[in-house]
Design a protein around this ligand. Structure first.
Ligand code: PLP
Length: 371
């Protein structure tokens, strides 16, 4: 890609073709613009892809988390154990329910460390909310085991991991309810969009009511609800995107393999960890390097037209918003440490082999210039 006369490689790039344009044009000429047949078809195909009974399409991933927590019965002062290293929405959705996020540290996959959950449980604990960050699944077998034993709800945040698997089972099928995002940086996009997936009929019914004003029939409002519906335009785009999902994930995995092979030659860079039994779908390619080098490397790559990033600048509990909201935390030393070491590189499906070679060449140069 050319940017102001120079090569520019974006960190992420949604893929939209003539198919999406055509699908949107058809919706526009149909005159049905919100939550109609396209949304229904998208929900049906998504549920089939994932292998769950119910899919409820909504207006964003954040809306999906908010409604999933409410539909699962999370209430004021309930504690929800989650990760401090994520996009802020995985924690703010807990606050939307007036519940209390309890942050525990992460493991080497950047996900909530399942070994710390038990120490964080109190009599107020109602749920665990793992995030499958960057496309690597959280330790769901262990999380599900603890949740079963302690009678806790599990809400999976799959926003960054659509198509990821543990032992050939897709993330989003381990917990009580799962949430997806179709923001443009995700595996598939609908512009803005999200979806709740569950096998629990009661949670599905409640989520459907909550997304549409608590409306059971026209103008019959039986609970306090919201307007968090998906548009027909978004669903039409989503249907085209869903057809390409597996192909795009495979391309991300191939790109990651090429990176891993070439990064072996750079000793001060640690490529992403991949657990032996998982399918990591690389929504982002996240390495680590020494703290004192990281910022220089990112600047050097940026100057050379590579959209490298530093990732989340602080653990969620250190966001200013928590000055006014309750939370609890265990020590999160690993999170605090990696914040300054993370280096994100472009990995989207349109990235070519020669672009990866160029990125690695510039990365090598940046080490020579920075040390
Ligand atoms: C882990 C995670 N959770 C939740 C969200 C929220 O999704 P959305 O932007 O669609 O509201 C995002 C992404 O944006 C995310 O990366």
């Amino acid at each position: 890609m050319i940017h102001m006369g120079k090569q520019f490689i974006p960190i992420t790039k949604p893929i939209l073709t003539e198919n999406e344009t055509q699908a949107v044009a058809e919706v526009l000429s149909s005159g049905i613009l919100v939550q109609g047949p396209k949304v229904q078809e998208f929900e049906k195909k998504f549920a089939k892809y994932l292998g769950v009974k119910h899919a409820i399409a909504v207006s964003s991933g954040t809306a999906a988390l908010h409604l999933a927590l409410l539909a699962a019965g999370i209430k004021k002062n309930d504690e929800v154990i989650t990760t401090p290293y994520s996009f802020v929405a995985s924690a703010t959705a807990i606050l939307f329910c007036n519940a209390i996020p309890v942050f525990i540290d992460i493991d080497k996959s950047y996900n909530l460390d399942s070994g710390q959950i038990t120490a964080a449980i109190t009599e107020k604990t109602k749920a665990i909310l793992p995030v499958h960050l960057f496309g690597h699944p959280a330790d769901m077998p262990q999380i599900a085991e603890i949740a079963n034993r302690r009678d806790l709800i599990v809400i999976e945040d799959c926003a960054q991991a659509l198509g990821a698997e543990i032992s050939h089972k897709k993330v989003g099928t381990f917990g009580t309810v799962a949430c997806f995002s179709f923001y443009p940086s995700k595996a598939i996009t609908t512009g803005e969009g999200g979806l709740i997936a569950t096998n629990d009929g009661q949670i599905a019914d409640k989520a459907r009511l909550l997304r549409d004003h608590g409306q059971i029939a026209k103008y019959e409002h039986i609970i306090l609800g919201y307007n968090l519906r998906m548009t027909e335009i978004a669903a039409a785009i989503g249907l085209c995107q869903l057809e390409k999902l597996d192909e795009w994930n495979e391309k991300r995995i191939e790109n990651a393999e090429q990176y891993a092979e070439q990064l072996k030659k750079i000793k001060d860079i640690e490529p992403p960890f991949v657990a032996h039994n998982v399918k990591h779908v690389f929504n982002l390619y996240v390495c680590q390097t020494k703290q004192k080098l990281r910022n220089k490397i990112v600047s050097y790559l940026q100057k050379n037209g590579i959209d490298a990033r530093k990732g989340y600048p602080r653990p969620i509990y250190r966001q200013l918003l928590f000055k006014n909201h309750k939370y609890r935390k265990l020590p999160c030393d690993k999170t605090e440490q990696i914040i300054n070491q993370v280096l994100q590189l472009p990995i989207h499906p349109l990235l070519s082999k020669s672009e990866i070679e160029y990125i690695v060449t510039k990365l090598k140069e940046s080490f020579k210039k920075s040390v």
